[in-house]
Structure formats: C-alpha cells, structure tokens
Design a protein around this ligand. Structure first.
Ligand code: NAD
Length: 456
C-alpha cells in the first residue's frame, strides 16, 4: 500500500501547485480524456464483452456514447461554469457587490460499481475534472477486464498527480479510506455506502452516495399496454437487470396484468429469441454471489416465463414471476438482476399509501395518462428520479441531475450538477470603504434600532 500513499501525496501536491485552478487547463484535460477514450474504444468494448458479455451496441449506447456526450458538454461549458456569478446585494450592504465563486474541492476519490463499468466510473470524473480537482479513481474489481483497460489507457494519458486509476478490491478500498480526501464519490450498494460514510466522517469529508434500492414500476389500467410492455421488457432486462434504476418490481392494475405480462413475454422473445443464452445481446451476471442470490429469489412455483440458469456461464434467463406477494423473498431485497416480480393492485390510493411507508427508492415509474394521478405520484412519493410512461430514460438527459434520496443515497451529478457537486461555492461580498455608516457600531440606541428594523 506504499504506492497508494505515494499517489495520494502526489495528488495533494499537484492540487496544491494550483494548475487545476485554471479553466483552460481543465478544458485541455477533458479533451485528452475524450481523445483517450475514443482512441481506445475497441479495447473498452472488448473488455465489457469479456467481463459481462455486454454487446458493442450496449457498451456504446448505454456507456461510452453517454460519457462522450457529457465530456463534450463539459468542454463547451467549463469556462462559463467556472466564472463567478454575481448576486443581488441587499440594502444594508450597499454600496457593495456580491458574488459566488466556484472553487474546486481538491483531491477527490471516486469509487465505482461494475454493472456499468465505464459510465459509473468515468461519469463522476467528468464533473470532478471540470470543477478543477484531482481524481483518484477506484473501479470495481468485479469487472476486472474493464478495470484493467481503464487503468492501462488513462494512466498512460495523464499525470498520476492529476488523475490516476487505482485497481483493487475491498482491501484496497479500505486502505484508501484511511487517507484524507476532500470529497468521496461512491457508487454501489447501500451496505457499502454506510461503510464509506462512516470512514469519511472521521475526516469530515463530504460524500456523494449513489446507492440502490427497490424501484417500483406502476402500470395503471389506462396505460398504453403494448408500449409499456415493450419499454419495461427493455428497461428491466437490459444489462440483465443489473441496473440501479431498473424497475425492480411491477405493480399492475389487476384489470391489465394478464395482458401486460403476456406482451412483456412476447417482446422478450422478440429481443432475445427463444433461447436468450444464445443471444449476443443478452448480458451475464457480474459475479457468482449475485448469481447465487438471484437463483435463490426465483420461486419455481411463481415462474411465468424464464427461470432457467447456467452456473458455468453465470447465465440467468429473463424471468417473470407472477402472483407475487409482498411477503415473498424476492420482495425483501433489491433484485439487481433479470428477475421481474409482478404484483397487482386495485385501489390506487392504497398503493400510494403503501409505497409511502417503504424506503425511498432511487427511481419510480408510472405508466398511465391521468394527470391527477401522475401529480399524486410526484407530490406524495419521494424517490431519486423517474420517468412517466417509460423506464430508465431520465438518466440519459444531462439536464436532469441524477441521484438518490434517503436510503438510495444523496448528492447528484450529470451535466452542470456534476460540476457543482465537485465544487465549493464560495460566497464573497465586496464593500465600498468611501462611506462607513455608524449604525452597526456601539453604543446602540433606540434610534439606531428603529433604523435597523426598517432596513432588515
Ligand atoms: P458494492 O457496494 O458491493 O461495491 C461497490 C464498490 O465498493 C466496489 O468498488 C467495491 O470494491 C467496494 N467495496 C465493496 N465492499 C466493500 C467494503 N466492505 N469496504 C469497502 N469497499 C467495498 O456494489 P456493487 O455490487 O458493485 O453494485 C451493486 C449495488 O450498487 C446495487 O445496490 C445497485 O443498485 C447499486 N448501484 C447504484 C448506482 C447508482 O448510480 N445509484 C449505480 C450502480 C449500482
């Protein structure tokens, strides 16, 4: 772990030297970042195939393409974002001026998850770089080829004092957490999120926690069922369901449940064929423990479609579980895999009341056209973010900050929000000194108090 200490010290020195304060420097680094990724795109695509059986299409469309877009956006905006923003100066402080000056937090630690081994590791780095920080990135050991590919190409392209990819697992993460950082950005489970938060508290280090949870997908009886089925079949089974914002379970109005699950099944066959194990587009489970867990969540008596698995290949078929109840094992923890439990509801308001009592999820989806019900969902329920009449898509708009609330985490990023998350917003007032009213100075008097009462 000596090498680790050296890197941390190097990064501290690099930040201290002040180069990253210059927005032009940041812009140049973002350009290098983009160029490096693009030049090594095939290596990254091959690594995702090796680790997760992830197709070139998915690696591009759901990871690299989004990362490129975000970097390009940051390149265009970074100089504007970095400028001080004037704000109004209130009457008692006139004559004077006030502004907010964004400044980098300093040395950042980014700890990533394996399910989107590029998007979830590189995404936060964009905001950190744009805001003028140094970055130590620890990708997940569960996607080892992706982690190695990132380390190889990025460590060759950047000064390690500025940006370094440190590979490793739990031991390395724990060693990292012994060091003091100026912020820690963590993506992963709620369980490990608590470990990170506790370690960060030792140094009063601010953290962003991008965690998970059980994200409900409600389908009402007035929904466009065919479109809903196609969108759910895609959003639940893309990346074999290992998506933090995948619909975890369906809550379907009882009148449309049979039609909905029949259509989801039809679309799954259209997408992945009669034997999804043979499909080049169907992803594998990231790790053996997750494979075992998912197998244990499949109750054979409730399988409506799928249910097959192959341990050698870490394959779990797209699976729909019908007639599921809140007491079933699959409803006790986040699924994080290609198993879709289906529950029904009859009374909309009862459903809302029930969801209100559950931990706040990372995402929530509602299919239905009634504006009143849509608003009820948005007003009554707390969740990280969501999409109406679709699933997952809100993550793809950089104009929408992405993050959780409550058990699903706190803090957010994407687009300008990423820059803000990695910045301190320094509030400054400049005062004129050609005048100095005696009002605030002792000795106080009733007259002075009356003026203060009018001014404040
Ligand atoms: P994880 O929490 O097991 O691992 C994430 C990271 O933490 C890895 O880099 C790992 O090395 C490290 N880690 C693991 N155990 C540790 C320990 N005991 N001490 C210190 N570090 C440790 O998560 P995962 O399995 O990679 O991902 C699955 C979870 O992450 C799901 O709950 C999912 O919903 C969530 N997730 C959230 C988002 C999001 O953006 N909010 C994205 C992807 C995944």
């Amino acid at each position: 772990m000596e090498a680790l200490t050296t890197i941390v010290e190097q990064q501290r020195q690099f930040f201290h030297d002040g180069k990253t304060k210059n927005p032009k420097f940041r812009k140049e680094q973002l350009k290098t970042f983009l160029k490096t990724l693009k030049e090594n795109e095939q290596l990254l695509i091959d690594a995702a195939w090796k680790d997760l059986h992830k197709s070139e299409f998915e690696t591009y469309a759901t990871e690299l393409g989004l990362v490129y877009g975000e970097i390009e956006y940051a390149i265009r905006k970074v100089q504007k974002w970095a400028k001080p923003k004037n704000v109004i100066t209130n009457l008692p402080n006139l004559p004077g001026s006030s502004f907010i000056k964004p400044e980098p937090l300093g040395n950042c630690l980014v700890i990533g998850a394996w399910n989107y081994p590029y998007l979830l590791t590189l995404g936060p780095v964009i905001g950190a770089m744009a805001a003028g920080n140094t970055v130590l990135l620890k990708p997940s050991e569960i996607a080892p080829s992706c982690s190695a590919a990132l380390a190889k190409i990025l460590n060759a392209a950047f000064d390690p004092g500025y940006f370094y990819v440190l590979e490793g697992g739990i031991a390395e993460t724990q060693a990292l957490l012994k060091h003091k950082f100026d912020t820690i950005f963590f993506t992963g489970s709620t369980r490990v999120g608590k470990i990170i938060y506790k370690a960060a508290a030792e140094n009063l280090t601010p953290v962003t926690l991008e965690l998970g949870g059980k994200s409900p997908c409600i389908v009402d009886q007035d929904a466009a069922i065919k479109v809903a089925a196609r969108r759910i079949a895609w959003g639940k089974f893309i990346n074999a369901g290992q998506v933090c914002i995948a619909p975890d379970y369906l809550l379907v109005h009882k009148n449309v449940k049979d039609l909905l699950i029949e259509k989801i099944k039809e679309y799954l066959i259209q997408f992945y064929g009669e034997d999804p194990q043979q499909s080049p587009d169907y992803v594998r489970i990231g790790s053996r423990p997750n494979f075992e867990k998912l197998k244990s969540l499949i109750d054979p008596a409730k399988v409506y479609y799928g249910g097959q698995s192959d341990e050698k290949d870490l394959y779990i078929a797209p699976t729909i579980l019908n007639n599921v109840s809140w007491e079933d094992k699959v409803m006790q923890e986040e699924v994080f895999g290609p198993v879709l439990p289906v529950l029904v509801f009859d009374d909309f308001m009862e459903t809302i009341a029930l969801l209100k009592k559950l931990p706040k999820p990372l995402a929530l989806y509602y299919f239905g056209h009634n504006k009143g019900k849509q608003n009820l969902i948005l007003n009554e329920l707390s969740f990280g973010g969501g999409t109406i009449n679709d699933v997952v898509m809100h993550i793809s708009n950089p104009g929408l900050p992405f993050g959780g609330v409550g058990n699903s985490g706190f803090g957010s990023y994407h687009g300008k929000k990423g820059f803000e998350t990695f910045s301190h917003h320094k509030s400054i007032m400049k005062r004129a000194d050609w005048i100095d009213l005696p009002l605030k100075y002792p000795p106080y008097s009733t007259g002075k108090l009356n003026v203060i009462k009018k001014l404040l």
